[in-house]
Design a binder for this molecule. Structure first.
Ligand code: PEP
Ligand code: MN
Length: 324
């Protein structure tokens, strides 16, 4: 109790038969952390009760955040679908896909110019040239652009071409990148880390908010588990928890979760039912020739099927399909 007082917390003792609980009243955000007290032999464990995130929480803001992306309202009862290829590969591939996904009802276009590939020998993306092709796709269709930024020094260049900056699973806890992306003032689509806890995901969003940008879309994209029938395991529980804990829009990426095209539509249906605010789906005119993630990309026709299947579910869930 003395150590607790020294850290400016108010101790309240609860004496039991086998152990004594010391409830410590105070705010960890302004005081020394108590977790270090586990070093004392008489302390069995230190359990924080207060949640670490604040700005993203429903306690801070009860109502859903509604983000504006080029006039589209994200969150708060709408359901938007972001679609496009994993990688931007050529002008025709990009523009053809953008036109096709728009015709089926996608309201934002995605495409990677900077690709975070696991192997250095795989296609790394067209970089700056890719960004130019994305701008052409925007000019041709009017769809706002979602694209990934890999490093803080690229933020300015990518933000000049993108409506939404994507932070990928591999960078989900890259604090300098979160800060630089936040500073751009753009809407940020934040993927959950490959092995990220929900808390870690929400705290990454908290970093962005703390850097003055509360325009964050959370995106669950499947996590690494023991199960390998699909590339990852889509964690629908995390979507439900994130919806309950935070006021931010929560999207689901069934493509990276599944890793295989034949599982994308069923996972997309489940995402609607669990209460997601939108989807991020990979679509390629000819998945067999794709330079990345070929196995999971839908053809435009399959994407049309996905949209047809989710539309009635979105309605049953009391939501409105996002409008352009
Ligand atoms: C992507 O969206 O193409 C991508 C690389 O996603 P993730 O970061 O979720 O792997
Ligand atoms: Mn991909």
């Amino acid at each position: 109790a003395d150590a607790v007082k020294k850290f400016n917390y108010e101790p309240r003792l609860i004496r039991g038969v086998e152990r004594t609980v010391v409830a410590c009243i105070g705010d960890e955000r302004s005081h020394h952390t108590l977790e270090s007290l586990v070093v004392f032999p008489q302390v069995e464990s230190v359990t924080p009760i207060q949640k670490k995130y604040k700005l993203v929480s429903r306690e801070y803001q009860a109502h859903d955040s509604v983000l504006d992306v080029a006039g589209r309202k994200i969150g708060g009862g709408t359901f938007h679908v972001v679609a496009g290829p994993c990688s931007v590969e050529s002008a025709s591939q990009t523009i053809e896909t953008a036109k096709a996904v728009k015709s089926y009802g996608a309201t934002l276009f995605r495409g990677g110019a900077f690709k975070p590939r696991t192997s250095p020998y795989d296609f790394q993306g067209l970089g700056r040239e890719g960004l130019e092709l994305l701008q052409q796709a925007r000019a041709a269709t009017g769809l706002p652009i979602v694209t990934e930024v890999l490093s803080p020094q690229d933020v300015e260049m990518v933000a000049a071409c993108a409506d939404v900056l994507q932070i990928g699973a591999r960078n989900a806890q890259n604090v300098p990148l979160l800060a630089a992306a936040a500073a751009s003032g753009k809407v940020i689509l934040l993927k959950r880390g490959v092995s990220g806890l929900v808390d870690e995901w929400l705290l990454a969003a908290e970093y962005i908010c703390l850097h003055g940008n509360t325009k964050v879309i959370l995106c669950e994209r499947g996590i690494r588990t023991f199960e390998h029938a699909c590339r990852n395991t889509l964690d629908l529980s995390a979507v439900a928890v994130a919806k309950q804990e935070t006021h931010l829009p929560v999207f689901v990426d069934p493509s990276h979760a599944a890793g295989r095209a034949d599982m994308v539509i069923p996972l997309a249906r489940a995402a609607v039912a669990v209460g997601a605010d939108g989807l991020l789906v990979e679509v390629h005119p000819d998945p067999a020739t794709a330079l990345s993630d070929g196995g999971q990309q839908l053809t435009p026709k399959q994407f049309g099927q996905l949209m047809a299947e989710i539309r009635p579910l979105v309605e049953v869930m009391g939501r409105q399909m996002g409008e352009a």
